[in-house]
Design a protein around this ligand. Structure first.
Ligand SMILES: Cc1cc2nc3c(=O)[nH]c(=O)nc-3n(C[C@H](O)[C@H](O)[C@H](O)COP(=O)(O)OP(=O)(O)OC[C@H]3O[C@@H](n4cnc5c(N)ncnc54)[C@H](O)[C@@H]3O)c2cc1C
Length: 423
């Protein structure tokens, strides 16, 4: 391959696209393999998405959720990193194009480019909604909320227009966690921060299209969640579809109009837009179908992992959800697979180790459902959530930082990251 510029070309090149859980997992598993690994991400940091809502609500600092990617490979000398945007992938020519780098050939390609927000064509959503998928999204939402409270404190007439109200769309984990955390920020912190803003001047509404929130959980956990949200002051509206969004109003299909200057979109994801140019038949949600070894059937040197892939669980025969543990395990599996292939060995098929489905609602309140159907709720569930998610954080330093921040917030109810820094 003539266009190898940064490696000597003597060993197979593994090109890993995306430095999320999946891409990092794949690259790490190739540590001892006789290959050159090149990992490219558009950001110089790895994002820990499960805690984005904690950045958005001032509980965690940005650096607890975004970790420098280069840091993660100090001990791995067969990896090189580039910060660049992937602009095209030619599976036939086995070549990837970038915004700045020269086109690059590969022997093995790992697609770990994740997913992106799907607004399902809702009028005004792309322009006015606040998604929560990237670190920039989380900081943008935090700044919006802080700014609106400062503005309303100075100009109380804004309150009447719904400036402090928030509509959160989507009754899945992202919507529920965000609504719960915003309610705690409002009632636990802003109530004291802004003594002149009257109680009842703000409300948080969670809107879900289906008849119930948390459809992936058992009915008892759904009921518990609605009660926990209601106790925190979140109004849950189910069976309601958002029709359009404007800067200060949210219109529902039922005809209702909600006054709110902030709409958080936690309602849908689709595979990274680049998948549409691959010439492949895509699964639901624009995800790439893979075989039992996580390869693209028509291109056996190409693997898809994490949120971008539709991975069928060998045990349940269901497509696995877009979760951190699926992304990490599938990425690691592909790293091991490539290491086996390079040695001329037969790789083993992917088997997912289910750690349970879980979500937090607020302090001391969470739900967990294990594969066998066992459930947990309350403080015990929150501890389980914390344990599973701390294990997903990339370094011990990040884990320590998160524990200190969580413990601090738990004791003091303060959110020390609720400052807005203009650049
Ligand atoms: C708000 C939120 C809460 C969540 N909560 C949980 C939870 O509690 N538990 C759980 O298990 N999972 C949770 N998830 C899901 C979990 O975070 C994802 O499943 C996981 O991050 C997917 O990993 P990935 O590596 O496939 O993709 P990502 O983590 O999205 O990584 C993709 C990478 O590709 C890069 N990239 C994208 N496009 C390009 C391009 N064109 N060029 C170069 N680089 C590019 C991105 O910068 C990114 O670093 C949550 C997700 C969100 C959004």
């Amino acid at each position: 391959m003539s266009d190898r510029t940064d490696t000597n070309g003597a060993r197979p090149r593994v090109l890993v696209l995306g430095g999320g859980f999946a891409g990092i997992g794949a690259a790490h598993q190739l540590k001892k393999s006789d290959v050159d690994v090149l990992l490219v991400d558009k950001n110089d940091y790895h994002t820990f998405q499960p805690l984005l809502y904690q950045v958005a609500t001032g509980l965690l600092e940005q650096s607890a959720v975004g970790h420098p990617v280069r840091d993660l490979f100090h001990e791995q000398d067969n990896v090189r990193l580039h910060v660049d945007r992937v602009t095209g992938i030619d599976l036939e020519a086995r070549q990837v194009q970038f915004a700045e780098l020269q086109p690059m050939a590969y022997d093995y390609l790992v697609l770990g480019l994740g997913a992106e927000v799907n607004y399902f064509g809702v009028d005004g959503a792309a322009e006015h909604a606040f998604p929560l998928y990237t670190l920039a999204d989380a900081v943008r939402l935090k700044n919006q909320v802080l700014r609106l409270w400062e503005d309303a404190d100075k100009h109380p007439d804004l309150i009447e227009d719904g400036a402090l109200n928030i509509v959160v769309v989507g009754g899945g984990p992202t919507g529920v966690e965000t609504a719960g955390a915003l309610a705690e920020l409002y009632n636990g912190v802003f109530r004291k921060d802004y003594p002149d803003v009257a109680e009842g001047a703000s409300n948080i509404v969670l809107v879900e299209a289906s008849p119930e929130i948390f459809s992936m959980f058992k009915p008892e956990l759904r009921t518990y969640t609605v009660e926990a949200l209601t106790k925190r002051g979140v109004e849950v509206q189910t069976g309601e579809l958002v029709e359009s969004v404007s800067p200060a109003r949210v219109k529902l299909k039922s005809g209702k109009e909600l006054k709110a200057h902030t709409l958080v979109w936690g309602a849908g994801l689709q595979g990274n837009a680049l998948v549409q140019s691959l010439g492949l038949e895509l699964e639901r949600g624009n995800r790439i179908a893979v075989d039992g070894n996580l390869r693209i059937p028509s291109h056996q040197e190409v693997f898809a992992v994490g949120d971008i892939a539709a991975i069928t669980d060998a045990k349940t025969e269901q497509v696995l959800p877009q979760l951190g543990s699926v992304a990490l395990q599938s990425g690691e599996h592909v790293g091991e697979t490539i290491a086996q292939l390079v040695q001329g060995k037969e790789p083993k098929p992917f088997k997912y180790r289910d750690k349970g489905t879980m979500a937090t609602i607020g302090r001391g309140s969470a739900v967990v459902q294990m594969l066998g159907g066992k459930t947990m709720k309350g403080k015990k569930a929150q501890l389980a959530w914390g344990t599973v998610h701390l294990a997903l954080l990339p370094t011990n330093e990040d884990r320590a930082k998160a524990v200190v921040d969580w413990a601090g917030a738990g004791f003091t109810h303060q959110r020390s990251a609720r400052i807005s820094v203009e650049t």
